[in-house]
Write a protein that binds this ligand. Sequence first.
Ligand code: HEM
Length: 342
Amino acid sequence: MVECTKKMLQSLENAVELGQTEFEIGEYMTRLTDIISRTEFDCSYEKGKQIFHLLTALQRLCAQASRHLCFPGSRFFPSKYNREIKSLKMEVERLLMEIIQCRKDCVEIGRSSSYGNDLLGMLLNEMQNKRENGPFSLNLQLIMDECKTFFFAGHETTALLLTWTTMLLSSNPSWQDKVRAEVNHVCNGETPSVDHLPKLALLNMVINESLRLYPPATVLPRMAFEDFKLGDLHIPKGLSIWIPVLAIHHSEELWGKDANEFNPDRFASKSFSAGRHFIPFAAGPRNCIGQTFAMMEAKIILAMLISRFCFTISDSYRHAPVIVLTIKPKYGVQVRLKPLNP
Ligand code: HEM
């Protein structure tokens, strides 16, 4: 994480040296795809990035297709969208299978002694263990699906969290100053480490407030497995239910009159814990498996950014959040950057 952030900061610094002052920060946060790609595929991360770009195109197409008329079985209809979706899906799977097969072959022909300690290596080890000690439950198709899910679930969400948080800190200079003072005090000029992260309390509050105002996953789809009552409502088995995270996070009834304002202090109370009102990572047994990873990543990147640059929101920024499965800034987030130690 630190290495990838250093690279990103260096490219910002180089651009500043060449005279650029304004940046669409979302573009830089998205470039940090390297982090999830290296976590999953270690040295094959360049190929992983290629997969990510295809998955992004796939997401866009699925969102566009979902706006069109749906009728039973329409997803099997050979429309323009469905054909493009199918061909992208096949290309993603081909690339993933290439990475997986290559890793497997290296061990089988003795070129390497282990599958490695990235996510793919762990999954392949697990597949091997299960094969040796009992009923076989993981196969290459499942491993490929897991890799896809982690990529899809773990990159854009974090990039959006970072982009919105930078927008909020750029628009609220007093909070930016407070967080910078905290980072300087805790890290004392060093790169943030695992020991530093729990001490960055203000940064944690700011990130939580950003997740409340702009939860990357705006709805959670669920299906009732059995008939049940919800207040006065009868919910029949099989009904599809969408939990409106964005609406819950902005409810005045739950958060008070300032529900739409940026106020990280609401997360200051030690007794605050994520629950029914605050569900950016969902809740219950199917909540986000990567939430600790995401929070760690966000803290490291923001701490490093804030100690290198002072940022203000640009006059060209147009506030236009749009929902395309996730919540994105339609025209990007333009900020003005000033290096702190030129
Ligand atoms: C700010 C960043 C993130 C947010 C807001 C977020 C949010 C969520 C939410 C709301 C869900 C539940 C979806 C549902 O139940 O319908 C979920 C699931 C999941 N997330 Fe995240 N996530 C983030 C980062 C990550 C990262 C970094 C990873 C991987 C390293 C990850 C991996 C996953 C996986 C694998 C699932 C599926 C878990 C399951 O179905 O059991 N997420 N995430």
